[in-house]
Write a protein that binds this ligand. Structure first.
Ligand SMILES: NC(=O)c1ccc[n+]([C@@H]2O[C@H](COP(=O)([O-])OP(=O)(O)OC[C@H]3O[C@@H](n4cnc5c(N)ncnc54)[C@H](OP(=O)(O)O)[C@@H]3O)[C@@H](O)[C@H]2O)c1
Length: 240
């Protein structure tokens, strides 16, 4: 049997580390040609090499998703070199936690720019190709923070609740055009995101990036008549 995503082309942002890296590897393992975007070239090169070593097809495109012209150029390069664009996964993200009273505007802006605005930019950039094809799958990555009130995460939560709302409306707008939009809502995942965050929940209890990747593959590989629109994936221990 052919792999589930044979012949498909995917673009994964934040593909250099953590969840995006795992999603890129998993989509490639299912037969998709995968374009990898993030700012750090060395990370992308390593992920691309891993995909190629396993017999897959990868295209590494260094890009800052907060820069609109870079996003447009990224999508142009992907469609030019890989021929089409079937799947977008927006996994680029950043987090800073702490009491809101102590928070700084620069940190708000960084989170809003990557976690929310860039999701919109990337979705808009892929739509011409997906609408032309009459099909496509967009997966955004929110967080359980969007659903539960976790003290210390007010601004991060605002960006992720924004992603949930944005994804729900986009799903309705695109339904008639054959493009499905799903939002993944993970609890804590053991990724480098936590390295700079000081005290963390027990990392051994967290989800692994590969768990989130399995959910993304499921959402992307369902037949066109089925659309998994929102999927909450928690560590078995719950909110850590
Ligand atoms: N880890 C968790 O517990 C968890 C739980 C729920 C949801 N999430 C969400 O899942 C997503 C991925 O998180 P993660 O834990 O995998 O984080 P991570 O390990 O820190 O990886 C983040 C990735 O995003 C890229 N990135 C950051 N800013 C970017 C920018 N401006 N342009 C392009 N790429 C950028 C990073 O690469 P460069 O720095 O090289 O650009 C990196 O490849 C985030 O949206 C996060 O909020 C994470």
């Amino acid at each position: 049997m052919a792999p589930a995503l044979a012949g498909k082309v995917a673009l994964v942002t934040g593909a250099g580390r953590g969840i995006g890296r795992a999603v890129a590897l998993a989509l490639a393992a299912e037969g998709a040609a995968v374009a990898l975007a993030a700012r750090t070239r060395a990370d992308l090169a390593a992920v691309a090499a891993g995909i190629r070593d396993a017999g897959g097809r990868a295209l590494a495109v260094p890009a800052d998703v907060t820069q609109d012209p870079e996003v447009d150029a990224l999508v142009e390069q992907v469609t030019a070199e890989l021929g089409r664009l079937d799947i977008l996964v927006t996994a680029a993200g950043t987090a800073a936690f702490g009491p809101f009273a102590d928070s700084k505007g620069a940190a708000w802006e960084a989170m809003l720019a990557v976690n929310l605005r860039a999701v919109m930019t990337c979705c808009r950039a892929v739509l011409p190709a997906m609408l032309r094809q009459g099909n496509g799958t967009i997966l955004t990555i929110a967080s359980i923070a969007a659903k539960r009130a976790l003290p210390g995460s007010a601004v991060y939560t605002a960006t992720k609740a924004g992603v949930v709302g944005f994804s729900r409306v986009l799903a309705e707008e695109l339904r008639a055009h054959g493009v499905r939009v799903g939002v993944l809502v993970p609890g804590a995942v053991d990724t480098p995101l936590w390295d700079a965050l000081g005290s963390t929940p027990p990392r051994e209890l967290m989800l692994r990036p590969e768990d989130v990747a399995r959910a993304a593959v499921l959402m992307a590989s369902l037949p066109p008549h089925a659309s998994l629109e929102e999927l909450t994936l928690l560590p078995a221990g719950g909110i850590l």
